[in-house]
Design a protein around this ligand. Structure first.
Ligand SMILES: C[S@@+](CC[C@H](N)C(=O)[O-])C[C@H]1O[C@@H](n2cnc3c(N)ncnc32)[C@H](O)[C@@H]1O
Length: 264
């Protein structure tokens, strides 16, 4: 089993090494910019009031979240399995003159090298419910966690056109897993996520439906791919996406869920 895990990690690492230099380009396009805006609008309301608070950005990649957090004055630790992704983050932090403000570590989020209750806030935006126990272990009591999860119903909707049987399997099987490129993660509904975190001693504050709304709306592909856009349209799109992300009646439809909770 240990060997399996190390083979699996090798594959994941290889995949992200190949994506490292192009990963940020997606956020320069309309679709990525909308998602980044919505992610931040949701996160802002949960950040610690104390700007010296210790934040862990686990599986933080090229520092999309780390960089602005460090600029805000937080003490940030960025960890990721991919040295290539971390190198891009280092370059960006160096360019911003704040490399010395961030601790950077190469590690697997399922085997964190930190003592229990080391952080005031833990973020893991990579769809990994498998890492939940470990992320909660390193979080202080009354500290907050933000974690992206694979949305079971959203994944089934996405998959149905290409492969109805495997889409239905995602809903029939318990637990059900989504395999994508080299990665495989457990998919959950909002209610399942709520129960799983409650069992780990986390009070779930809210769960939002994020990513993939531009396919549901639907925004034409040429707009999604564009790097220049009309600001009024951008603000209309971000407003509807934010409203959808908070609306309980459509929570199943997005690609990811982002859970916010507090360790009790
Ligand atoms: C989709 S990117 C997200 C990066 C960043 N969290 C963000 O939101 O921009 C996924 C990241 O997770 C990292 N990753 C995947 N599995 C990991 C693991 N087991 N431990 C640590 N990092 C991992 C990848 O190397 C990659 O940088």
């Amino acid at each position: 089993m240990v060997e399996d895990r190390s083979e699996y990690i090798k594959g994941v690492k290889k995949k992200w090494e190949e994506h490292a230099n192009s990963y940020d380009e997606w956020y320069e396009k309309f679709e990525g910019a909308v998602e980044n805006y919505v992610d931040w609008e949701l996160l802002k309301g949960y950040l610690p009031k104390n700007r010296y608070a210790k934040i862990l950005d686990a599986a933080g990649g090229t520092g999309r979240i780390t960089l602005p957090l460090a600029k805000m004055g937080y003490s940030v630790t960025l960890c990721d399995i991919s040295p290539g992704m971390l190198n891009v983050a280092k370059e960006k932090l160096l360019g911003a003159g704040i490399l010395d403000k961030v601790e950077i570590l190469e590690c697997d989020v399922c085997k964190l090298q930190f003592a229990d209750e080391s952080f005031d806030f833990v973020i893991c935006w990579d769809g990994m419910i498998e890492a939940a126990k470990e992320l909660i272990r390193v979080l202080k009591r009354e500290g907050k966690i933000s974690i992206f999860l694979m949305n079971r119903f959203g994944a089934a909707i996405n998959r149905f056109r290409e492969d109805p049987e495997s889409a239905l399997d995602l809903l029939r099987r318990e637990p059900s897993y989504i395999s994508h490129d080299e990665e495989k993660h457990r998919a959950v509904s909002a209610e399942e996520a709520r129960e799983l975190f409650k069992a780990e001693g986390v009070r779930v504050i809210d769960i939002y439906a994020v990513c993939g709304w531009l396919d549901v709306l639907p925004i034409p592909e040429e707009i999604q791919e564009s790097r220049n856009w009309d600001e009024k349209f951008f603000s209309q799109v971000t407003e509807i996406v934010l409203r959808l992300s908070k609306e309980p009646s459509v929570k199943g439809m997005s690609r990811h869920l982002v859970l916010y909770g507090e360790k009790i």
